[in-house]
Design a protein around this ligand. Structure first.
Ligand code: NAD
Ligand code: UDP
Length: 336
């Protein structure tokens, strides 16, 4: 069985490639390297001890993408390709709508034309908005996203639902990720943000390695145990394993299913800082800063559905996430 991985050179994509190869799937990667480097895929090959075809291309380039479906026999697609910086999406909404939504529509058209109707899509817990009560479950109403990035996820989910309503021979798995952090335990692949990291864990890692002097904690007056924001952090290799389980299920059934991929446990910003310090024996200086616009206080998953239907639960704990993040960062202080 051969799986096309759009955005396979990126953070989650590269880890998923390793786990798919370990599970004996054949893979084909398609990426325009707008937020990644070919080196990540060279390291995937090294870790898995296997080779696979790589196509440099944009998902909006229909000619190029159609060529891949002509040359390769693709049984299913795992669709990671997209832009993901929340702040940037507020400054460049059209680029986000074009790349994420426009690109996905083109991909789906080409898949349909090629007769390949199985797709796993990278969605996000951001679609739960700010009105639902934790833990978030898949039956809750979605909406109320606070930035164009989140809105692209919401619209793509709607597009996939409309597509399935029009043609129930599709197999669609929408995965709502909570907060992926960590890296492969080898320290060979990991998250490699451009510029100043937006997300908590990459920022902590850069403070630890001496690239940034201090972590700003965005708000300490939330209604949480220590006043800082609470999130459901999930090890990226557990997330990758969730994709292997989801695509395996897709290959045997049609339908549209939505799964939360999270641990079901919420940790505060200060929990993360303290655990990183303890596990890695490094001090992380912090300063309290104002709340960040658009943030909610608490976000964690009800992860039961993935457990029951996919047989998937996260295996790695917060110590593992902090240890593996640091192992990657210290061995690759400047990324790839
Ligand atoms: P990433 O930026 O590391 O990976 C995305 C990959 O897609 C990159 O390699 C990039 O070069 C490629 N890409 C972007 N636009 C493309 C295009 N038009 N054509 C071809 N390739 C393109 O991001 P990631 O963290 O690995 O995220 C993967 C997916 O998961 C994204 O869709 C993201 O929105 C989603 N997601 C990520 C998180 C997170 O915290 N990392 C959370 C929820 C959802
Ligand atoms: N956060 C922080 N300082 C940072 C980055 C993030 O205090 O430099 C907080 C943020 O306010 C939130 C949590 O860390 O409570 C997780 O933020 P992240 O951007 O990693 O993920 P998301 O907002 O997508 O859940």
């Amino acid at each position: 069985m051969s799986i096309l991985i759009t955005g396979g050179a990126g953070y989650i994509g590269s880890h998923t490639c390793v786990e798919l190869l370990k599970a004996n799937y054949d893979i084909v990667v398609y990426d325009n390297y707008s937020n990644s480097q070919p080196e990540s895929l060279a390291r995937v090959k090294e870790l898995a001890g296997k080779d696979f075809p790589i196509y440099e291309g944009d998902i909006r380039d229909t000619k190029r993408l159609a060529e891949v479906f002509n040359v390769e026999k693709i049984d299913a697609v795992i669709h990671f390709a997209g832009l993901k910086a929340v702040g940037e999406s507020c400054v460049k909404p059209l680029e986000y709508y074009d790349n994420n939504i426009g690109g996905t529509v083109k991909l789906l058209q080409i898949m349909r034309n090629a007769g390949c109707k199985r797709i796993v899509f990278s969605s996000s817990a951001t679609v739960y908005g700010s009105e639902n009560e934790v833990p978030f479950n898949e039956n809750m109403k979605v909406g109320g996203t606070t930035n164009p990035y989140g809105t692209t996820k919401l619209y793509i989910e709607t597009i996939l639902k409309d597509l399935y309503s029009s043609d129930n021979t599709w197999s669609i798995s929408i995965l709502r990720y909570f907060n992926p952090i960590g890296a492969h335990e080898s320290g060979r692949i990991g998250e490699n943000p451009n510029g100043i990291p937006n997300n908590l864990m990459p920022f902590i890692a850069q403070v630890a390695v001496g690239k940034r002097p201090v972590l700003s904690v965005f708000g300490n007056d939330y209604e949480t145990k220590d006043g800082t924001g609470v999130r459901d952090y999930i090890h990226v290799v557990d997330l990758a394993d969730g994709h292997v389980k989801a695509v395996t299920r897709l290959l045997t059934k049609t339908g549209l299913d939505i799964y939360n991929l999270g641990t079901g446990i919420g940790y505060s910003v200060l929990d993360i800082v303290k655990t990183f310090e303890k596990v890695n024996n490094i001090e992380i200086p912090i300063q309290i800063a104002p709340r960040r616009a658009g943030d909610i206080a608490v976000c964690y998953a009800d992860a039961q559905k993935a457990k029951v239907e996919l047989g998937w639960t996260a295996q790695r704990n917060l110590d593992d996430m902090c240890r593996d993040t640091w192992n990657w960062q210290k061995n690759n202080p400047d990324g790839y």
